[in-house]
Design a protein around this ligand. Structure first.
Ligand SMILES: N[C@@H](CCC(=O)N[C@@H](CS)C(=O)NCC(=O)O)C(=O)O
Length: 211
């Protein structure tokens, strides 16, 4: 193996963040597709690499591995225009990445996953309403931040935008209506216009069989 290898699940927004980042960087990579619905992230060979049984996982040719989508983005962005050098702005990037993981993904991504995996009926109306309310709150926070601004941090597109774009642009797949969020929709369009942008459906990377 002489390239970066991404352990991936095509439908995962967390994994898409890494596919998008590598594509924006123009870095060639291998991609191993693991079907989480078939429990493939819980097989021994993968657990040996990530005991937390989750994708994305990025592996370097020297054997190092890194889990957690936003940690991967942060590392890949070092030394690129997508991560500021200024210490306060770097902390702002982390602020939005932690927001994404705690206040956005657990609502918007989970409702999308329940819809996609056809498990909505296994959840109570109260649970579903709580997910919807949490997701709408996250979208509202983003909308307010983007009013009068083009990007989440500083004056340019960066990794905080990539982290937040992944599940926001498919929020409708979990039943969220983005129509009222005007500034947010304009920002989605600006992200999609970045050179090297690839969609969540794009077959990027060289698909390899593993193990
Ligand atoms: N906080 C992690 C979340 C990763 C995650 O939840 N991955 C899901 C797919 S979106 C997964 O691999 N699930 C498989 C499993 O739970 O076995 C990240 O941002 O990378």
């Amino acid at each position: 193996m002489d390239k970066l290898r991404l352990y991936d699940y095509f439908e995962s927004g967390n994994a898409y963040k890494v596919r998008l980042m590598l594509s924006l960087l123009g870095v060639a990579f291998e991609r191993v597709h693991l079907d989480i619905l078939k429990g493939e992230t819980r097989a021994d060979a993968f657990l040996a690499k990530n005991p937390n049984h989750r994708v994305p996982l990025l592996e370097w040719p020297d054997g190092r591995v890194l889990a957690e989508s936003n940690a991967i983005l942060f590392h890949l962005a070092e030394g690129t225009p997508w991560l500021p050098e200024d210490a306060f702005q770097r902390a702002q990037v982390l602020q939005w990445m932690f927001f994404e993981q705690y206040s956005h993904e657990p609502y918007i991504a989970v409702l999308r996953f329940w819809t996609f995996a056809d498990t909505l009926a296994e959840h109570t109306d109260v649970e579903i309403a709580a997910k919807r309310a949490g997701g709408l709150h996250a979208l509202d926070v983003m909308e307010k931040h983007l009013k009068g601004r083009d990007w989440f941090v500083g004056e340019r597109f960066g990794v905080a935008d990539i982290a937040l774009f992944a599940y926001t642009h498919v929020a409708h797949e979990g039943g969220f209506d983005l129509a009222p969020f005007e500034a947010l929709r304009a920002w989605l369009g600006r992200v999609e216009a970045q050179p090297g942008f690839v969609s969540i459906e794009a077959e990027v990377g060289e698909l390899v069989a593993w193990p």
